[in-house]
Design a protein. Sequence first.
Length: 103
Amino acid sequence: MDRWTDGYIYCQRLPKDYLEKSIKIKEFSRIVLRALHPVDIVVTKFGRLNQRDIQDIEACIREFKISEAEIKARALLVLQTYVGSEEDYLSHLDWVLEKFFNH
């Protein structure tokens, strides 16, 4: 389990609505356990994009029926506050869209 604050996943910051989009798993007396929305999981994988990330992306797209438009729109929001190489992030986005949506 990872815990990050204010929408940060390592050095990437998710759009402000990430918590509203997240999925509630269980509520305890003082804790609400949530999971990132699958599209947010996908777009956080673009920074590194190793083999495990590719497998995770494929599983999310397949299991949750995430569309190309959803991924692209969310990735462009993440890119607004991205602190890594924007060129690499966009290149990885293009690669994923081509691989999984047959461009």
